[in-house]
Design a protein around this ligand. Structure first.
Ligand SMILES: C[S@@+](CC[C@H](N)C(=O)[O-])C[C@H]1O[C@@H](n2cnc3c(N)ncnc32)[C@H](O)[C@@H]1O
Length: 385
């Protein structure tokens, strides 16, 4: 069954609610929807921290909260239901195939291989890293695998692992953006970022089958996303596309705390700028990590210096930092609205690619090849001729 109707229905709903997912509370302390939905704003700003954390990580729960204020949001749920991948049982008896692979990555690879139906054709592993996926695929299906990867050291490590496993896996050190896909191969791509998975799709005609689990959709998008399908027309900026992949579900507690503090400090500095008369948020260039390892006053001084602004010696940094933390709390509370649309946006991006393939005559399915706690990037686009 064609995926086009689902793409169009999802696109319609997303376009209708753009005012809710496009504004970033980090940049706009009071997004425009705030005035239109005061009861929603009040409810969010009264939420305790643990509820905020949970709702920011659980899109379905965030959509349930929104649905109480905007019942039409409920229409997303049916569109988000996807077939689940087959549970991964260890598919090979070779005990050494997974040597050195961290547990979660290993489980992702086993799930990807379980969900990918072999065609008997040689496989091409796109952006392979050390070729773990290709190695397991070769062991399970007894086909030759070519693993394309730009990093020479990873390729050398992968060759060693392939020799140890006794399989026919060659490594091609090459740039996926400029490489030709070999004829009639079964292409496999696990977490090839943005433009890398799109580069593979552009050469789909070379393949007999494709299994792609995309990630980092925003990579390679400069200002606005260019839909791949002729039928798709949702307008997304780079930041909108990035929203699709901003979960911290696999981040450690330590990483989450660090993220919160970095945000509070940037917002504290933003408060100071606004007190100096700046009316809008100024995009931060990437902040050198060393500035965030010192104290808040040092951070502000470095930021001011880089911006060519003068920071008075008597600045009350403790107060400013407290304002930053207050803004950080509000940003997290208000971001629940935006985060409710993460999965719908991600699915729209995957459907855009799937319908692009359908337009070229492929039979295409999208499934969830593993659970979200293994990786939130768990969508797999499978195309067969
Ligand atoms: C997120 S990792 C995924 C690796 C592997 N597929 C996995 O799931 O474990 C992305 C890989 O793409 C590789 N890569 C990045 N840019 C590339 C390019 N232009 N051409 C080929 N490989 C590239 C990186 O070196 C990295 O190994």
């Amino acid at each position: 069954m064609s995926l086009l109707p689902r793409l169009l229905e999802l696109e319609g709903l997303l376009a209708e609610h753009r005012d809710l997912w496009h504004p970033q509370p980090f940049r706009e302390p009071r997004p425009a929807w705030f005035a239109g939905w005061p009861a929603l704003a009040d409810e969010l700003l009264a939420l305790p921290d643990d509820a905020v954390e949970q709702l920011n990580d659980d899109g379905a729960a965030a959509r349930r909260l929104l649905t109480r204020h905007l019942p039409e949001i409920g229409a997303f749920e049916a569109l988000l239901i996807l077939p689940q991948g087959i549970p991964a049982v260890n598919p090979v008896t070779n005990m050494h195939w997974a040597w050195g692979i961290p547990g979660r990555k290993r489980a992702q690879i086993e799930a990807f291989v379980a969900a990918s139906q072999a065609t008997g054709r040689p496989a091409l592993e796109w952006c392979a890293g050390k070729g773990h996926l290709g190695r397991l695929f070769a062991l399970k299906h007894g086909v030759a695998v070519s693993s394309l990867e730009i990093n020479v050291v990873m390729c050398a490590d992968g060759e060693m692992l392939a020799r140890r496993a006794g399989i026919a896996q060659e490594f091609i050190v090459a740039d996926a953006l400029t490489s030709a896909v070999p004829q009639a191969c079964h292409a496999l791509a696990l977490h090839a970022c943005g433009e890398l998975h799109r580069a593979l799709l552009q050469q789909a005609d070379q393949c007999t089958a494709l299994d792609i689990a995309p990630c980092c959709y925003h990579q390679g998008v400069e200002v606005v996303y260019q839909p791949m399908s002729a039928k798709a027309s949702l307008q997304l900026t780079r930041d909108d596309v990035r929203l699709a992949v901003t979960e911290t579900v696999t981040a450690s507690r330590q990483q989450a705390l660090q993220r919160d503090r970095d945000m509070a400090w940037k917002l504290g500095f933003d408060c100071w700028r606004r007190q100096q008369g700046a009316e809008t948020y100024a995009s931060f260039k990437p902040v050198p990590p060393a500035w965030l390892r010192n104290d808040f006053a040092y951070f502000c001084r470095q930021m001011a210096l880089r911006a060519g602004l003068e920071l008075a010696a008597e600045t009350d940094f403790a107060n400013l930092e407290a304002q930053g933390w207050q803004r950080q709390r509000e940003v997290m509370q208000l971001s629940i609205v935006r985060h409710a649309f993460r999965r719908p946006l991600e699915l729209w991006l995957a459907l855009d690619m799937a319908v692009f393939l359908e337009e070229k005559g492929w039979q295409v399915e999208i499934n969830e090849f593993c659970t979200r706690n293994l990786t939130p990037r768990n969508l797999m686009i499978s195309a067969r001729k």
